[in-house]
Design a protein around this ligand. Structure first.
Ligand SMILES: *Cc1c(COP(=O)(O)O)cnc(C)c1O
Length: 430
């Protein structure tokens, strides 16, 4: 028989003390009393939820259809939400100090749902470049079928450059009879690791759009978030995650998330309800487990990356490193110091030579696995020119700095000295 009791409030504070995310991951949003005392949330495998009364059902639907504002007070149907996903959303939001979060079946379904919700016909998207390849495809090749245009700027652009780009986007939008609907950022950019000055973007956006109708600023924070960068603090309004990466962290699931301003999430949520891009309960449960160790995992991976990069930096077979811990460009370093609290564990390694030397290095690795993706417990290495960016035209590859001697590395949480030994023997084999 179910134990009934008053749900715990799960306070985010003890007295005046704000509890840190690492603490809140073990309890926030879940009350064992409501689930037979089960310490951990059960996985709620159900497609639909029973209403206590017809009036309750009506009330829940008023919320789903937007007839009533404020938090939902009951669940309706699993395409809209479920208990596991709701707990996950409460906990994910904590890391960015966001009003709320929405979770999705993949990073790309999060991005697609956000774009479909915020962008209309004839609108213009302003975005930093490069973007994750599938995001570029979605904006340039798919949304363009519906009359959406984009104007892009290089990730490292200055305030002056961004002002010019926003003016160009405004001119294009008024010529098309649409609006500038969204400023979409990705920082650090993949695979260049170039950082976007989010503070400058926010100031430029606020100057260019002094009225009520401002395009929202959304940023893909997959590479450094949520531990090492929290762009809501620099003025972004939505942060996007491929939870597949550091947040999931074990290379065993695919999911996405969007955290940020309630006003914007209230526009995105009905689109997710309509098209069904929410993640499933089992994945949500696995992410709850992942978030309990997020800080431990990311901190260890970051420490390992610093040790490995320190070894690689002066190695005679290494031509260079694209690692945020060793930025030489003064402007990029300034952005890093203002925006980031850690250098992450994903970096570019330039081997002396070309594709043949890089392949020999990759094939010789014994601990590091050859796979795309990043942010898992295990170290991964891949060759963007021959793999993730194979279909990118040569000219664009050159502009992005995707050379034949570029190896992408994501450092995991193994013993750092074992990793260094592996990289050392693989470089010897080049
Ligand atoms: C992996 C990734 C995505 C896409 O996420 P999926 O979970 O694979 O759909 C988007 N942006 C960045 C920066 C990524 O690394």
């Amino acid at each position: 028989m179910a134990m009934r009791g008053k749900p715990k409030t799960n306070s985010k504070k003890i007295g005046d003390r704000e509890l840190s995310p690492a603490t809140l991951m073990m309890g926030l949003g879940y009350d064992p009393v409501l689930s037979e005392g089960s310490l951990k949330p059960p996985i709620f495998l159900t497609s639909t939820f029973a209403f206590e009364s017809a009036a309750a059902g009506k009330r829940f639907f008023e919320h789903i259809t937007g007839k009533r504002e404020g938090p939902a007070d009951g669940l309706v149907y699993s395409r809209f939400n479920g208990p596991n996903q709701e707990i996950l959303e409460d906990r994910l939001a904590v890391w960015d100090g966001a009003d709320d979060s929405l979770v999705f079946s993949s990073g790309m379904s999060a991005i697609a749902t956000l774009l479909l919700a915020l962008v209309g016909q004839n609108d213009v998207i302003v975005h930093s470049g490069p973007l994750y390849a599938a995001t570029e495809t979605l904006i340039a090749r798919i949304l363009s079928r519906f009359g959406v245009s984009f104007v892009d700027f290089p990730a490292g652009a200055s305030r002056d450059d961004i002002d010019v780009i926003l003016a160009r986007a405004q001119a294009l939008a008024s010529q098309k009879g649409g609006k500038v609907a969204l400023v979409y950022l990705e920082s650090p950019a993949n695979p260049t690791n170039a950082l976007v000055d989010v503070e400058a973007v926010r100031a430029a956006r606020d100057t260019a759009f002094p009225g009520e109708q401002k395009p929202a600023i959304a940023i893909d924070n997959t590479f450094l978030g949520p531990l090492w960068q929290q762009p809501l603090k620099q003025g972004a309004e939505l942060v996007i995650y491929s939870l597949t990466k550091y947040a999931g962290g074990h290379s065993d699931l695919v999911a996405g998330g969007v955290s940020g301003d309630q006003r914007l999430l209230d526009i995105i949520r009905p689109m997710r309800n309509t098209i069904g891009t929410i993640c499933d309960p089992n994945t949500a449960w696995m992410l709850l487990r992942s978030l309990e160790t997020l800080e431990l995992r990311m901190r260890r991976a970051g420490e390992n990356a610093l040790k490995v990069c320190t070894f690689l930096r002066d190695h005679p077979k290494v031509e260079g490193l694209g690692y945020l811990g060793f930025i030489s460009d003064a402007r990029q370093k300034d952005i890093f110091d203002r925006h980031c609290t850690g250098a992450g564990s994903t970096f570019s390694l330039f081997i002396k030579g070309g594709e043949a030397e890089s392949f020999r290095f990759l094939d010789a690795l014994q601990i590091a696995k050859l796979a795309v993706s990043l942010g898992g417990t295990e170290t991964l290495a891949s060759h963007p020119a021959a793999m993730t960016h194979l279909s990118v035209p040569d000219e664009r590859k050159k502009a992005l700095g995707i050379t034949d001697n570029l190896v992408r590395v994501s450092i995991g949480i193994e013993d750092p000295d074992d990793l260094i030994a592996d990289f050392a023997q693989a470089l010897d084999a080049v």
